[in-house]
Design a protein around this ligand. Structure first.
Ligand SMILES: C[S@@+](CC[C@H](N)C(=O)[O-])C[C@H]1O[C@@H](n2cnc3c(N)ncnc32)[C@H](O)[C@@H]1O
Length: 316
């Protein structure tokens, strides 16, 4: 009973959308693409209760396979002194891939907030930050990574591309999206209310919620961002109407991008999951405000659009 009420308190304080625990398959399916980046590196999971976190679990299990130097995880416990866990490489264990390394637990003076001086000190010694941070603090989280010039691989919502803490770095090709994106299931605390859709309770009584528009943000280079999007449609004015208030055409699906159009095109933000900066230039991203007159004369306000230009088509 006591545990449950503590959990409720924790959830309501932390923010209703913060306690989403990442499944191990989601961690593995993305992280398998970045193995070469982790050799001799210090990895920090700074929003991770080690008892729950599959980020901690993944790096603990794969510590020697990846060749990590150190793994740090801090647990957040609002307004209570918390703790960190650390695994430090033992040179005599290198090569023992099946060896599950021991960790050291040390108390923290503060609650483990990623912005706390203690967590920032740990961040400073870190090479790569990997986690799923709280959705409600995503702006602060990204701003901090940028301020400390850290390499990172973090889960977020695709809609966050429009944040001022994210968009300029996307446009300047300092950060991009990882390999996997879409809808994913996350474990949630028992105190989270049941939903009619995108909700399930598994055979162990564990509650899960499904979230859409989930993606990975990173500044570690990926092979996929150097691959062209295959486009083959031809531009025809009657198929691609122009916005009423912006000089660009509306392209409703990424696969509909005309291969021969010279000007600016508005595409859904899922485009960014396949964006190759050698193929396209991002001109702007609009959360709303782009107007499009429909065939019947009504004016539709278009939802989030990325405005792009094809670098390989000359002109304009
Ligand atoms: C989306 S959940 C993900 C948890 C874990 N990283 C995972 O992927 O399973 C975000 C976590 O950040 C924690 N959190 C909330 N505010 C925080 C803060 N200010 N500093 C550090 N962690 C925080 C929440 O308690 C929550 O467990």
């Amino acid at each position: 009973m006591k545990d449950q009420s503590n959990t409720n308190l924790h959830v309501s304080r932390a923010g209703k959308t913060d306690e989403f625990y990442t499944d191990i398959s989601m961690v593995e399916n993305e992280l398998k693409h970045y193995r070469e980046y982790f050799k001799d590196k210090i990895v920090f999971c700074n929003c991770d209760d080690p008892a729950m976190s599959n980020f901690w679990r993944y790096f603990q299990i794969n510590f020697y396979m990846l060749g990590l130097k150190k793994l740090i995880s801090t647990h957040f416990e609002k307004d209570k002194p918390s703790y960190k866990l650390e695994i430090i490489r033992q040179d005599d264990k290198i090569g023992q891939l099946a060896f599950l390394p021991d960790y050291v637990q040390t108390p923290l003076q503060s609650d483990g907030d990623f912005r706390s001086p203690e967590a920032v000190e740990l961040l400073k010694q870190t090479d790569i930050v990997v986690t799923n941070p709280p959705f409600s603090l995503f702006r602060d989280y990204m701003a901090q990574l940028k301020a400390f010039h850290k390499d990172f691989l973090v889960i977020g919502n695709l809609n966050a591309v429009t944040y001022k803490e994210v968009l300029p770095s996307i446009r300047s090709n300092e950060i991009w999206l990882g390999y996997t994106s879409g809808h994913f299931w996350f474990k949630v605390p028992q105190s989270y209310e049941e939903k009619r859709t995108d909700f399930k309770i598994d055979e162990n009584g564990q509650k899960w919620r499904r979230m859409g528009n989930i993606c990975w943000y990173t500044n570690l280079d990926t092979a996929s961002r150097h691959e062209d999007i295959t486009i083959f449609k031809k531009y025809r004015p009657e198929l691609y109407p122009s916005y009423d208030n912006y000089e660009a055409i509306e392209v409703p699906k990424v696969s509909d991008i005309p291969s021969d159009y010279k000007g600016v095109m508005g595409v859904p933000i899922t485009f960014l999951t396949r964006f190759n900066p050698d193929q396209f230039e991002i001109v702007d991203v609009k959360s709303s405000g782009l107007l499009l007159t429909q065939g019947n004369g009504t004016v539709k306000s278009m939802y989030k659009r990325v405005l792009i230009k094809n670098k390989r088509v000359q002109g304009l």
